[in-house]
Design a binder for this molecule. Structure first.
Ligand code: NOJ
Ligand code: MG
Length: 534
């Protein structure tokens, strides 16, 4: 079996535009990120997912690529990239790049060729359909709203775009496209990166017959989130076509040629557990599709338990999942749930069975900023603007939050940097930042938290979630009180870590509202038995 280092790793997503600006232009960049690796090492992070740094006109802030093998000057150059990668590796960390397969920028030379004429040799690299300019080929809509088709006046055909009209969809049924993108993957693996976060991994293959999507029934609730116009359709035909699995198999075949355990984390917005599971294949597709179930869960013991068990119930023994609560597309945890629940989120992310994915700034409880008209999605559907979760990393409480020397960064600074900054929270042992760090230390110390099995335990109260993670030699029990009242329960001795109100009371303990406790619950007899028989 190839090295599966990613099972035990803790990932941290960096949105490069907003992490650290080294040259004072107001945009974060690679040298800036490199200068902040101390923070990640101190926190206890093992791997970085870097959102796109490729050459791009930035219509979708880097998710619209014009050259997959070049670094955008905003972020630096290839030398800066190589230096950053060396620094990451020299600290024993790993680097995962974003891989955008579904589309390119409309300014990509491939699309420029493709749209130049019907008989251009790259015409078929994108998805073109004939017709008349008043009648798109079908009723599909773009994720960002509006039709998923745009009319090209010059050649008199429609081209498809799952996202912006400036992000035309590649035609993955064309073997030349497949080969070109495999070349991109190889390029970065040869440079030394450790894997990919695969953008829109479920969307790259659609119905070749272009059948219309049916409308959602009245009262339909999207398991992901309210999606505006896109949410008014059941996406039966414009994502998840079975041919997508062949693409993931081909990618896996390639990544497995590298014997250092290349990870592929696919962005799969699929909430049906069995359809989600299909993206693992029988172990020959994505190594670890993203699991968003905790992120979209209501914050009650019952809902969170259901989200966990939904995944636990279907995951085969050989497969491994991850847990995440936020990224550059979502409202920040502390804004969604509040500060107390953000602490519970930190505990769950780092103690459930699966690889934690943290989003920059969540470790200090950064809050969402407002729509600034930077994100094109927000221009179409203002409540879906992603500007709010992309504000500059709050390194300090200074007016520029230690992000940039520029008078005004590319996007305004978010709320409350006085309390929500690395500098402020480093000096406060009770801070969220220290909680994250302690949790990651605990995870390193405890094998059961990293690789152990999961079981939900009987709970003393409907508002309390109790679970155990265990291996043959060690067990860790976690109790999370989602309720507003203190709960009385028995705990297995002195806790390893507590959050919020925790009172021992003879044989019993009181777990305060919103509180968490983590215990070593290793049964001594069983542990001895295991060690003497091995
Ligand atoms: C998903 C990415 O996470 C998002 O930021 C982007 O806009 C779309 N895919 C299009 O690439
Ligand atoms: Mg800069």
């Amino acid at each position: 079996m190839t090295d599966q280092w990613w099972r035990e790793a803790v990932f941290y997503q960096i949105y490069p535009l907003s992490f650290k600006d080294s040259d004072g232009d107001g945009y974060g960049d690679l040298r800036g990120i490199e200068s902040k690796l101390d923070h990640l090492e101190w926190l206890g992070v093992d791997a970085i997912w870097l959102s796109p740094v490729y050459e791009s006109p930035m219509a979708d802030w880097g998710y619209d690529v014009t050259d997959h093998k070049a670094i955008d000057p905003l972020f630096g150059d290839m030398e800066a990239f190589d230096s950053f990668l060396r620094s990451v590796h020299s600290r024993g960390m790993r680097l995962v790049m974003d891989l955008i397969l579904n589309h390119t920028s409309a300014q990509h030379p491939w699309f420029v060729e493709s749209k130049s004429s019907h008989d251009n040799h790259m015409r078929d690299w994108y998805v073109w359909e004939p017709g008349s300019d008043d009648h798109p080929p079908n009723n599909w809509v773009s994720v960002f709203s509006g039709p998923a088709w745009s009319w090209d006046e010059a050649t008199g055909e429609w081209f498809r775009h799952t996202y912006l009209p400036t992000q035309p969809d590649l035609n993955w049924r064309n073997p030349d496209v497949v080969e070109a993108m495999m070349g991109v993957i190889r390029f970065w693996l040869d440079r030394g990166v450790d894997g990919f976060r695969v953008d829109a991994a479920h969307q790259i293959m659609k119905d070749p017959e272009n059948r219309d999507n049916p409308p959602t029934p009245p009262g339909y609730v999207d398991p992901y989130k309210e999606m505006g116009e896109y949410g008014r359709w059941i996406h039966l035909w414009d994502l998840g076509h079975e041919d997508v699995h062949e693409i993931h198999r081909q990618i896996r075949k390639l990544t497995d040629e590298y014997d250092r355990g290349i990870v592929t984390v696919g962005e799969i917005h699929e909430f049906d557990p069995n359809r989600w599971l299909n993206y693992f294949g029988p172990g020959d597709e994505l190594t670890m599709p993203f699991n968003y179930n905790l992120m979209v869960s209501d914050w009650t013991a019952t809902a969170v338990r259901a989200a966990i068990e939904k995944v636990e119930a279907v995951l085969p023994e050989w497969a491994w999942t991850n847990w995440t609560m936020g990224n550059h597309d979502e409202v920040r945890i502390a804004s969604r749930l509040g500060d107390d629940s953000a602490r519970q989120a930190a505990v769950l992310l780092t103690t459930l069975r699966g690889t934690p994915f943290l989003y920059y700034g969540d470790e200090v409880g950064m809050l969402n900023g407002s729509n600034q008209g930077r994100d094109p999605w927000g221009d179409n559907v203002s409540f879906l603007s992603r500007d709010g979760c992309r504000t500059p990393m709050q390194w300090s409480s200074s007016p520029t939050v230690g992000f940039s020397e520029a008078a005004s960064p590319w996007i305004p600074i978010g709320p409350d940097p006085q309390r929500r900054s690395v500098e402020t929270q480093r000096s406060d042992p009770e801070s969220l930042l220290h909680l994250y760090r302690s949790l990651l230390v605990l995870r390193r110390q405890r094998l059961s938290l990293r690789v152990g099995d999961y079981r939900t335990l009987d709970s003393p109260d409907a508002d309390v979630l109790v679970f155990v993670r265990w291996t043959e030699s060690e067990a860790t029990t976690v109790a999370v009180n989602f309720g507003v009242d203190a709960v009385q329960m028995s705990g297995p001795g002195d806790p390893l870590l507590t959050v919020g109100g925790y009172e021992p009371y003879g044989e019993l303990i009181f777990l305060g509202p919103g509180a968490v406790a983590i215990w070593d619950s290793t049964p001594p007899a069983r542990a001895n038995q295991v060690s003497s028989s091995s």
